[in-house]
Ligand binder design. Structure first.
Ligand code: PEP
Ligand code: MG
Length: 313
């Protein structure tokens, strides 16, 4: 077994019985690419593009944007690169847009795609830069999508630019509940469990006092992921995870058991997740997911899943 695990310490992610699960990196700018390559990620599952836009008095030029996106495609010459369009919001204001009034609840305010709809020129310029470097490996997705109508609006904007692969993040419970409809106009979805937990449990992700509700083993969160995984499988489209929960080896196996087809995480987590998948079959992952969802508390869910996943600490 040890030999098998060592042999699989690099290369594509797969379960013990050979089910491919892409292992991708979350990055926040070109300076993080080297570590992602070094960690053996297969590509980029979440390229947070906020670094290009925040704390600046002028928007980034198209050339600067193209360079940043091209760098990721070059760092992974065979892997997919999923670029998320700008996720700015009330707590991350853009200095070059007209001043916006303070919002009483920034997390519930005009952020992500909502902002893009009010200031379409910012998203248009970003999609233009992406289209200029587009290849079959470049995928573009929108943050903070709440409705199927928003998914359709974003997909149209991307397709009119000739972008080949369009997705939306599922990080709002309304989007998970209607996953089938959000999937219809796009090519893939990626679940952002950080915000999905924040909105499902009405618990500020920045507030330590409510952090127990952000335990990624919460059965309600697993139910939402299952809903999306099932809808994606029925639609025959990929369903990724790019929230922090993909970084835990046991939880990663559970997410695969819920129907997730790729896992994106901080680079340091890739090796342990790859090893955990290589040691467990898809059937074990499904049994672990079922066992976890049958429990009442997050602690019970974790314990029940681990019983189905021998060998994980
Ligand atoms: C998420 O919400 O899970 C996510 C991946 O996006 P971010 O953490 O950038 O909001
Ligand atoms: Mg998010």
């Amino acid at each position: 077994l040890r030999q098998a695990v060592l042999a699989s310490s690099r290369g594509p992610g797969r379960t013990a019985d050979g089910q491919p699960i892409q292992l991708l990196a979350n990055i926040g700018g070109p300076s993080e690419l080297a570590a992602a390559v070094e960690a053996g990620a297969e590509g980029v599952g979440l390229y947070r593009t906020e670094f290009l836009f925040l704390d600046r008095s002028e928007p980034p030029s198209e050339e600067e944007q193209r360079d940043a996106y091209r760098a990721a495609l070059e760092a992974f010459p065979r892997g997919n690169v999923i670029v998320r369009t700008l996720d700015s919001g009330a707590d991350k204001p853009l200095a070059f847009l007209p001043a916006q009034g303070a919002e009483p609840n920034p997390a519930l305010g005009e952020r992500g795609l909502r902002k893009a709809r009010r200031f379409p020129e910012v998203m248009d310029a970003q999609l233009g830069a992406l289209a200029a470097v587009a290849s079959e490996r470049l995928q573009v997705m929108a943050p903070m999508v709440a409705t199927a109508e928003e998914a359709r609006w974003f997909a149209r904007a991307c397709r009119s630019r000739g972008l080949p692969s369009v997705g939306v993040m599922i990080e709002i419970p309304s989007a998970a509940l209607r996953a089938e409809h959000l999937l219809a106009p796009v090519d893939f979805v990626s679940i952002g469990t950080n915000d999905l937990a924040q909105y499902a449990f009405a618990a500020d992700r920045e507030l330590a006092a409510v952090s127990a509700l952000h335990d990624p083993w919460q059965p309600a969160l697993l139910d939402l992921v299952a809903m999306v995984g099932t809808a994606a499988a029925e639609a025959g489209k990929p369903c990724g995870i790019c929230g922090e929960s993909a970084a835990g080896p046991a939880l990663a196996c559970v997410l695969v058991g819920l129907g997730v087809t790729s896992l994106s995480m901080g680079a340091p987590a890739v090796a342990a997740v790859r090893a955990a998948l290589a040691e467990h079959t898809l059937e074990q992952c499904v049994l672990a997911a079922d066992a976890a969802r049958a429990q009442v508390t997050a602690a019970q869910a974790q314990e029940a899943a681990r019983e189905q996943l021998p060998g994980l600490d």
